[in-house]
Design a protein around this ligand. Structure first.
Ligand SMILES: *Cc1c(COP(=O)(O)O)cnc(C)c1O
Length: 399
């Protein structure tokens, strides 16, 4: 082994620790759920994206087991070389119907879908215009593309600032294509993108709209069909990304749009071309998850009942949940050190909820990010609320 390399790794890791950016994953000893055992401790888990509780749903588990019996565990190849089984094809047709679009292409993850789709649809003649709070996978996807995209050149607009977006659209008319990218639901603040305004500006200035609905999938719109459905903008959003890893409870990401878009990505989406297809049980489990979403309103109703209760309970106890409008509920702390203290105190009180600090969010805007779900009972959330109050007292208050 190269000693210089090992030393370099050591120094980098020490630097991360010094900056409080060092991460150690806790280990789950039970299936995903509202109440879990982690690192030997029973806790209420408020840091899971399993919004609808589908990750361990009996019907989804059963579908995966049956798919193993029928298809085995691996697809054996990338999609276009012979890794597309009937279940993969059926999942895409089901998703297209669910999203009310012409076509859907599934990638192995949402991150992969962004890093595959964005560079495939832009060239050096184009510009990408992006909200400053967009997800890391969008930023990576943008970096892989050849299009102009830079904060310093003003192609990144302040969060949800439609005037700034319009200014950028006015001064980028020389580019061949303009691609506006936004999260549908912002992953750290839990607020919703002003999609009707973005679509209106895009139509006025002849730009393309790309919405990353990772946190809106299964959460907003008809049966959880996302922000385009929530705002009734069918047919007016060019590219929609959805994740199959969060509310749908399994793994995967997809791009929804026109049949032409799908055709192009089959030929030019590099992770689609060069990475192996999902195991068939993944596709089968996802079809079962979609069945539940389309036919059983109960998980989504419970998600939103819990979300409303949790937000108003926190607020009435004096916690600041920022501008959140969705299950993602930040509890504002401000100071980084204090947020980390609160996270540790919550853990001691039996609640797992991670602090989010700089550089994931702006300096001085540290918070604890909580996500109630359909998997939580009323008792779980009432317990978590008491834990928040005790933890706040334990660290001497938040202000
Ligand atoms: C989680 C997330 C992704 C990545 O999705 P995966 O399916 O987990 O890879 C992409 N975009 C946003 C906004 C996300 O929150």
């Amino acid at each position: 082994m190269n000693a210089n390399f090992q030393n370099w790794l050591h120094r980098q890791i020490e630097e991360l620790k010094r900056q409080n950016l060092y991460k150690v994953p806790k280990i789950l000893e039970t299936p995903a759920g509202g109440r879990v055992r982690m690192n030997g401790k029973e806790v209420v888990n408020l840091s899971s994206n399993n919004y609808l509780g589908l990750a361990n749903h009996p019907k989804v588990r059963q579908a995966a087991l049956e798919a193993i019996e029928r298809w085995g565990v691996g697809a054996g190849a990338v999609r276009w070389i012979g890794g597309t089984m009937e279940v993969h094809d059926e999942l895409e047709r089901r998703l297209a119907r669910f999203k009310n679009v012409e076509a859907v292409l599934v990638f192995t993850g949402g991150f992969t879908a962004n890093s595959g789709c964005i560079p495939a649809v832009v060239t050096e003649k184009d510009v990408i215009i992006s909200d400053e709070l967009n997800h890391a996978s969008i930023i990576d996807g943008v970096r892989l593309g050849a299009a102009a995209y830079k904060k310093s050149d003003g192609y990144v607009y302040p969060h949800k600032d439609m005037e700034a977006l319009e200014q950028i659209l006015k001064r980028t008319q020389g580019f061949e294509k303009r691609l506006i990218i936004t999260d549908g639901v912002f992953s750290m603040d839990g607020d919703i993108a002003p999609l009707p305004d973005i679509v209106r500006l895009a139509e006025q200035y002849d730009a393309i709209v790309y919405v990353d609905d990772a946190h809106a999938s299964g959460v907003l719109g008809k049966n959880g069909a996302g922000t385009t459905s929530h705002f009734d903008l069918y047919g007016r959003v060019d590219i929609q990304l959805g994740t199959l890893s969060k509310a749908l409870g399994v793994i995967g990401g997809y791009i929804a749009g026109s049949a032409k878009l799908k055709e192009w990505l089959i030929n030019r989406g590099r992770p689609y071309l060069f990475s192996t297809a999902h195991p068939p049980m993944v596709a089968a489990a996802l079809i079962a998850a979609l069945d539940i979403m389309e036919n059983d309103p109960e998980p989504m109703r419970r998600l939103w009942d819990n979300t409303r209760w949790w937000k108003s309970a926190l607020r009435s106890e004096g916690f600041d949940t920022m501008g959140s409008e969705t299950p993602i509920t930040p509890v504002y702390v401000g100071d980084e050190g204090k947020a980390q203290e609160l996270e540790r105190a919550l853990w001691d009180e039996g609640v797992y909820a991670l602090s989010i600090v700089y550089p994931t969010v702006a300096r001085g805007k540290a918070r604890i990010r909580t996500m109630p779900s359909a998997a939580h009972t009323q008792e779980d959330l009432a317990f978590a609320l008491e834990a928040f109050k005790r933890a706040r007292d334990r660290i001497g208050g938040l202000g």
